[in-house]
Design a protein. Structure first.
Length: 369
């Protein structure tokens, strides 16, 4: 079994692909899996870390306004189509999967034209432009939110699966995770991150919070700035000598970090939401206001409505407000416990198995035709 998986840009597109790849290898140890991405995306770091091969094509997203970048994007699109077709011809996959990002366009389009079984996975309640276009060509569309179905014309292709969760996220225990991270049993752990690329407003708020409270924190803090903003944030914070504070560019071991956390402060992206609910982790969500159709706030409000999260809109974000919310929740064990139970009740942990069942189905159907 030979499989190409394409998805790129942010961890939200890459991690579902990695989860699917690992499950395929679990079921078919001899399966050959190749990722296709771009040099600009985080896939250049995340995919090799998991020991999967990756090849790059040149393609970029289109901006809404006509500019010189538009013509560059058109040129790279045709180049990407040619490069993707060459890779597919050489690798000869039995199946091609897309997990989001503009890199999927040339790969899935070529595969469908070459009559190779194709599947695209949409993580969000409001589908991206690339996936809406690809839905016309692929064999099946896996969705993570039932609300996404209405945006796809051919409902017969759409299957509700939920978001794939990396197997390691579900296998680690809280006790083991805290021991590995060196978190004392009696110290609450708060984890803060703004996404794989970081979030400027969250970073400036947390940097100020640390400056004010680094000598009197009553909890252990693991804080990821995003690699692009790490140096600037460290300059703002200054010397951090507190053993309670660990500032990182990026959290690679998210499985242990999430499992060990008493409270997570983060954006409300689809994959993050899926991981929080699968593990049953209470959260303070700060939805990004810069996403299509404000879908992150819809994600966040769903958790808040079910008692699993507290939502702070970015326009209301202040160091004192965030610190007060964190300490208020950590001081109320009953509330944290109820939030954890509510989050867990919303979790979907078998999405990868559902997607694998779709894979087997479309491959059988293609073989018959």
């Amino acid at each position: 079994m030979k499989v190409i998986i394409s998805g790129g840009g942010t961890a939200g597109h890459i991690n579902p692909g990695l989860a699917i790849a690992k499950y395929i290898k679990k079921k078919n140890p001899k399966a050959e899996i190749l990722f296709i991405g771009t040099e600009r995306g985080l896939e250049t770091k995340l995919v090799p870390r998991e020991n999967f091969e990756i090849k790059m094509i040149k393609v970029r997203g289109f901006k809404r306004k006509l500019s010189v970048d538009t013509f560059v994007a058109v040129k790279e699109l045709f180049q990407g189509l040619s490069e993707a077709r060459k890779i597919i011809k050489e690798f000869k996959p039995d199946l091609v999967i897309g997990t989001g990002g503009y890199v999927c366009g040339p790969v899935l389009f070529n595969a469908s034209r070459m009559k190779i079984p194709t599947l695209v996975h949409e993580q969000n309640a409001f589908p991206g432009v690339t996936n809406k276009i690809l839905s016309k060509f692929v064999d099946k569309v896996a969705i993570s939110f039932k609300e996404a179905e209405k945006y796809f014309k051919d409902k017969s292709k759409v299957v509700f699966t939920g978001n794939p969760i990396r197997s390691e996220m579900l296998e680690v225990s809280r006790e083991t995770a805290r021991k590995k991270l060196g978190i004392p049993k009696d110290k609450p752990l708060v984890v803060i991150f703004g996404g794989s690329r970081g979030a400027e407003n969250i970073n400036s708020t947390v940097a100020e919070l640390i400056k004010r409270h680094k000598n009197d924190l009553r909890f252990h803090l693991i804080y990821a700035t995003g690699e692009a903003q790490y140096e600037d944030i460290m300059k703002k914070i200054g010397d951090v000598k507190s053993p309670n504070i660990n500032v990182l560019p990026y959290i690679f071991d998210m499985a242990n970090t999430m499992a060990a956390a008493d409270l997570v402060v983060c954006r409300a992206g689809a994959i993050t939401i899926s991981e929080l609910t699968a593990l049953g982790v209470p959260s303070i969500l700060i939805p990004s206001p810069y996403v299509t159709a404000n879908h992150q706030e819809h994600n966040a409000r769903a958790l808040e409505h079910n008692g699993a999260s507290v939502v702070i809109l970015e326009k209301n974000l202040r160091p004192d407000i965030l610190y007060d919310q964190i300490t208020r929740l950590l001081d109320d064990n009953d509330m944290l416990s109820n939030m954890a139970k509510s989050a867990k009740s919303m979790g979907i942990t078998n999405a990868t198995e559902k997607i694998y069942a779709i894979i087997k189905d479309i491959m059988k159907t293609k073989q018959k035709t």
